[in-house]
Design a binder for this molecule. Structure first.
Ligand SMILES: CC/C=C\C/C=C\C/C=C\C/C=C\C/C=C\C/C=C\CCC(=O)SCCNC(=O)CCNC(=O)[C@H](O)C(C)(C)COP(=O)(O)OP(=O)(O)OC[C@H]1O[C@@H](n2cnc3c(N)ncnc32)[C@H](O)[C@@H]1OP(=O)(O)O
Ligand SMILES: CCCCCCCCCCCCCCCC(=O)OC[C@@H](O)COP(=O)(O)O
Length: 369
């Protein structure tokens, strides 16, 4: 094939990825498979009574079937690249131990990049997060999290102090390695929130941060204390995207390729102070360091240290193809039957769906490569 033809084909592929019908198919597979998996998770309830560890292992695999579909959208559909900057001595330990991950909360898809690294190190099904309670009620993801023993907080310290500790204690005998994600900033970065947060920093006599909100220290302290002896280290992770891009889920769905850079430092848990006040000071210092890494990135376009990128694995794609075949076949049969029935309503409905696809605002907007 000539390079001109190849370019033309690539242009066609990009155009295809921007079509509403493709988005509809991806969302249909995600929603229907997600609800089926939620139902299967519900069926594991009796297994908990017989063997807790077996039920946990089953739920890890079921959760993988959901979260890896979103990872596949990032890795295989949009082709987004993820580069890891880290110390080669720490690299072999990733995925082989329990860890607390501290990540900046600056992008709509930062959690998805986190999931992508979980996938590459084989801990996607078991990965956990300290999430706000409202997310527990979101169908598919929230319900999946319930069975994964995700830790939820109300962001009311008087209540969270006890409940977060109790939920974390339950993870002490978790049967597989997990990463526990903590967004210490507590909410996603916006210029307005940054302004308020820097006023708090000033009132506390703390140095100002340019790229982060002031970290909330209480959740970090309770997590470190509760997971001592369970987690081996804190993975201090700093994420940014090349070319000042602000990636979105819709961009990924449209097949837009981004380039994520993640800088990870492994800090053994023993190095973190046990005392609440000292631990808070330690975290503030960590965020000042994270700020300096972002400054380095803004100036040089890279993070410090060597690159040790793990390759993408085929499993997320295989999982997506499996669910697609399973769910698109009956849908195809149904549509064929409806159309061959020749009913006026069916024909009008089909035309309406196709027109919606053609009139979609993203159609034809993709720049040819
Ligand atoms: C090798 C590869 C490595 C890594 C790969 C990366 C990642 C992969 C890992 C895992 C992936 C797993 C899952 C990801 C999937 C999805 C995640 C998606 C979504 C979840 C996101 C969320 O839900 S974020 C929101 C919830 N989380 C948090 O809030 C956590 C942080 N918060 C805390 O820790 C809080 O302390 C708390 C919640 C425990 C309690 O909150 P509360 O509000 O009650 O107390 P505070 O801590 O705030 O205490 C009050 C003190 O705060 C000061 N204050 C007041 N205003 C501000 C302000 N604007 N900014 C900062 N501080 C403020 C106030 O003065 C009080 O100060 P004191 O001195 O009295 O403490
Ligand atoms: C293949 C898939 C395509 C289908 C797309 C489905 C999309 C499901 C997305 C579910 C993602 C769940 C994670 C949400 C992240 C989130 O909501 O974080 C909250 C924080 O910022 C703090 O919030 P706040 O302080 O209240 O602003």
């Amino acid at each position: 094939m000539s390079s001109y033809e190849l370019l033309q084909n690539m242009g066609f592929l990009q155009l295809l990825k921007s079509q509403f019908l493709c988005h509809l198919i991806i969302c249909y597979v995600f929603l229907v498979s997600g609800l089926i998996i939620n139902l299967l998770q519900l069926c594991t309830l009796p297994v908990w009574l017989v063997s807790k560890q077996l039920a946990r292992r089953i739920n890890i695999r079921l959760a993988y079937c959901i979260s890896s579909q979103m990872v596949a959208t990032l890795e295989w559909w949009s082709g987004t690249e993820c580069t890891l900057y880290t110390d080669p001595k720490s690299y072999p330990l990733y995925g082989k131990e329990n860890a607390i991950v501290v990540l900046n909360h600056s992008f709509e898809i930062d959690f998805l990049c986190g999931w992508t690294f979980c996938e590459r190190f084989g801990v996607l099904g078991s990965s956990k997060v300290l999430a706000k309670k409202q997310l527990a009620y979101v169908p598919i993801i929230g319900w999946m999290w319930y069975f994964l023993e995700i830790v939820f907080c109300k962001r009311k310290w008087e209540e969270d102090r006890r409940t977060v500790n109790e939920s974390l204690q339950k993870l002490r005998d978790y049967p597989e390695n997990f990463w526990f994600l903590l967004y210490c900033e507590g909410t996603r970065f916006t210029p307005k929130k940054h302004q308020v947060s820097m006023q708090v920093a000033e009132s506390k006599g703390l140095p100002k941060l340019k790229y982060h909100l002031l970290p909330r220290t209480k959740g970090f302290w309770v997590t470190v204390q509760s997971l001592r002896g369970t987690a081996a280290a804190v993975y201090d992770s700093t994420l940014n995207f090349r070319n000042n891009e602000m990636p979105t889920l819709l961009g990924l769905l449209n097949g837009k390729k981004y380039h994520a850079d993640l800088y990870v430092r492994r800090i053994p848990l023993e190095l973190i102070p046990e005392d609440e006040k000292e631990c808070a000071e330690w975290l503030h210092k960590l965020y000042q360091e994270k700020d300096s890494f972002q400054e380095h990135y803004a100036k040089t376009g890279r993070f410090p240290g060597p690159i040790m990128s793990p390759p993408r694995r085929p499993w997320s794609l295989i999982n997506w193809l499996f669910w697609s075949c399973l769910l698109l076949y009956p849908l195809g049969l149904l549509l064929t039957q409806l159309i061959s029935s020749g009913s006026v309503f069916t024909i009008i409905a089909s035309v309406a769906v196709c027109s919606a696809g053609l009139c979609h605002p993203f159609t034809g907007k993709v720049k040819p490569p």
